[in-house]
Design a binder for this molecule. Structure first.
Ligand code: AMP
Ligand code: ZN
Length: 682
């Protein structure tokens, strides 16, 4: 039925379903299929229908997530049972002691444990009645918390309604948290607006959950991880008797977000291995964890173990060491980026933080530095948040010497000596000299980087010496390099680079000429054009010439492209200098057109097939496997549904595998997957 003839009721129902699906894709699976803008458009359409036909409004409509008038403070709600805390352990020995206590309390028992990540956020208690979310509360003091239902509704991975068959009453405990990427973007926005930066995702989450206007909460894009299904008191029915692992799987099946990183462990040794593994890998996550929670799986054993006034005996937290440390600032240097932005970097007395030595930390910008009043010689607290560059959190002022002086920002570029300027509305200092060697070097490093032209033979050292030696002033110069020229370059130890390495570099340059248009656009380093924007532009305009000819209005017609990006793209192509660069790159034979790359050519034998990848694949990654599927015309999505054709299950596949088995989706192990690809011409 076309949209025109569809009844408002049918359209509203369809929109609600679509919006819920996209919310899950975005928040639970982190695999959005549509842009934020498209999402907002669907939401606006639904809101308009509901406005016109109030009778079509439902309690679980996605429109209920946003809006809502500011409330006066919060109502209180009692927790039954109370939300207890957890006992902590900090090393293997303490974990063993905990295990010893269990075996003393219940001798001759074979314990099985469920290990979960201890997400560092704010805990919430969620109540569903007859499938509808009716209450969300903070932990508060554990017995009484704040009722924050309206705010919790804005958490998009939190279903407002559960599917048919959900229990009449369902009490779930969960952690709400902010992704690192969301936190970083929030702070970037604040920096751009000249506002004080937030300290860390956890505190920001705590503040957010208790904001009085739920519209502000919605903007913060919180996430959720459910970790406990609380059985009704005195219940001996089926739900109450599920093992913890089964209840996590059941929660996931009800559409509640459960991190699939949990693992069943049959021995203390396995528990220790899980803890150590995540202590190592915590930096890979897009959210912060402060440890692991180990829980007894069997509900009967849990009952027998019981709880103290403070914490259950059947669970324990294994806490990771703090990622903060104290050290001393030796120097404050200026670092010049590829856009000419000059940022301060603290050179530190080396210090061990969470297992690695930290020698440098970012100070963001000179305004931030001044606000924190960081000085050379200061004792400071630094913090490492996984893959994020370590940062200086605060100065320990009591330890400052009497001769200490405030730090003066540089007036001139440390690389070229040009006078620095501070553009209006920016917290940054900039070197605007287009020929500044630091800017040139960073631009070339960006051009050669992995997501750009991926020129593997071109490491940092080589780029540095090519720029210093005046052999390369822009990316086009790279393609004029010869083996002879490169082979003679002197390394720091005065040895030549040599023919072999030089030939490798030239070969990888040659190979990079075949990179598709979207990578080339990204590699150009147009301001505000990241790799996903570059892909949008490549798809929409199809060639460098098409993009070159686009007006600001035409650019803005592309989803997700606002005036900031459009103006920046236009300004890039309007520059005489950049046009000459593009002409030279074209002469070198780079791909100026979409689709002439071979990547999209040829057969698409997997056209229309939908794949989901889960678990770890030997010798490859899921994203590599995804690229191969797409090259054959297949599609990769993040979650298993009735529309999934194949689930590729690597080692340690979790809830997705269970879901696929339930839905009767064809499951392929790695060998079968390889076979399928080869059979289709991979
Ligand atoms: P603590 O705050 O140290 O007493 O630790 C208990 C808190 O850990 C809970 O209130 C939750 O907020 C949080 N937490 C995070 N992840 C989990 C998890 N998987 N299981 C239980 N608690 C968790
Ligand atoms: Zn400069």
């Amino acid at each position: 039925m076309s949209r025109m003839t569809e009844s408002p009721e049918a359209r509203a129902a369809k929109l609600r379903e679509e919006l819920q699906r996209h919310e899950r894709l975005y928040y639970r699976d982190a695999k959005p299929e549509i842009s934020d803008r498209e999402f907002d458009r669907l939401m606006a359409e639904l809101a308009a229908i509901e406005e016109e036909h109030p009778e079509l409004r439902t309690a679980d409509s996605p429109t209920r997530r946003v809006g809502g008038e500011p409330t006066e403070g919060f109502e209180q709600v009692e927790h039954t049972p109370p939300m207890l805390s957890l006992d902590n352990t900090y090393d293997h020995e303490e974990l063993e002691e905990w295990f010893g206590r269990l075996t003393r309390l219940l001798p001759d028992t074979a314990f099985e444990f469920i290990c979960e990540l201890k997400v560092d956020g704010i805990s919430l208690s969620l109540l569903y009645e007859n499938g509808v979310l009716t209450q969300a509360a903070t932990r508060g003091n554990g017995r009484v918390g704040d009722l924050v239902t309206v705010n919790a509704r804005t958490i998009r991975s939190l279903p407002l309604r559960l599917p048919a068959g959900a229990p009449a009453r369902l009490l779930v405990r969960a952690e709400t948290y902010m992704r690192r990427s969301v936190f970083a973007a929030l702070n970037e926005e604040r920096a751009a607006a000249g506002q004080e930066l937030y300290a860390n995702p956890r505190n920001t989450t705590a503040g957010t959950v208790r904001l009085l206007d739920s519209r502000d909460v919605a903007r913060r894009r919180l996430n959720l991880a459910c970790y406990e299904w609380v059985p009704p008191a005195g219940d001996d029915g089926e739900e109450g008797r599920r093992s913890h692992g089964e209840s996590l799987a059941a929660l996931a099946d009800l559409g509640l977000p459960v991190a699939d990183s949990w693992r069943r462990c049959a021995s203390l040794k396995d528990v220790v291995a899980y803890c150590d593994e995540w202590r190592q890998k915590r930096g890979e996550l897009d959210f912060e964890i402060d440890g692991v929670v180990v829980k007894v799986d069997d509900p009967g054993l849990r009952d027998q173990l019981g709880a103290t006034a403070k914490a259950p005996r059947w669970a324990v937290a294994f806490k990771f060491e703090a990622e903060q440390a104290e050290t001393v600032v030796r120097e404050i240097n200026a670092q010049v980026g590829r856009t000419g932005a000059v940022t301060p970097v603290a050179e530190l007395e080396p210090v061990l933080v969470a297992g690695t030595t930290v020698k440098r930390a970012t100070l963001h910008n000179y305004e931030d530095l001044a606000r924190k009043d960081v000085r050379v010689g200061d004792a400071v607290v630094i913090e490492k948040g996984g893959d994020i560059i370590p940062k200086v959190v605060e100065v320990i002022e009591e330890r400052r010497g009497p001769e200490s002086k405030p730090f003066e920002p540089p007036g001139h570029c440390p690389a070229c000596g040009e006078k620095l300027c501070q553009p209006e509305e920016e917290a940054l200092l900039r070197c605007v000299n287009a020929a500044c060697p630091a800017v040139v070097r960073e631009r070339i490093r960006h051009f050669a980087s992995r997501n750009a032209m991926d020129i593997s033979g071109l490491g940092d050292w080589l780029v540095g010496s090519l720029v210093e030696g005046d052999l390369v002033a822009d990316p086009a110069d790279l393609y004029g390099l010869t083996v002879e020229r490169l082979a003679d370059l002197k390394k720091t130890n005065d040895a030549r680079l040599g023919e072999k390495a030089a030939a490798r570099t030239v070969a990888s340059l040659e190979e990079s000429k075949r990179r598709p248009l979207n990578r080339l656009i990204y590699a150009l380093g147009i301001r505000f054009v990241g790799d996903s924007t570059a892909s949008l532009l490549a798809r929409r305009f199809g060639s460098v010439d098409g993009l070159f000819a686009a007006t600001v209005e035409e650019l803005e017609e592309v989803d997700e492209i606002g005036d900031r990006i459009a103006l920046s793209v236009r300004a890039f192509f309007d520059s005489e200098h950049n046009r000459r660069l593009l002409d030279r790159l074209r002469e070198q034979g780079l791909q100026f057109e979409e689709k002439s790359t071979g990547e999209d050519d040829g057969d698409r034998p997997l056209e229309g097939k939908v794949f989901v990848l889960t678990g770890s694949l030997a010798g490859t990654t899921r994203s590599e496997a995804g690229v191969r599927i797409k090259a054959l015309g297949g599609k990769v999505t993040g979650s298993v549904s009735g529309r999934t054709d194949f689930l590729v299950a690597g080692e340690k596949a979790g809830s997705k595998l269970r879901k696929a088995e339930q839905l009767g989706v064809k499951v392929l192990n790695q060998a079968e997957f390889e076979e399928l690809l080869v059979a289709h011409g991979d």
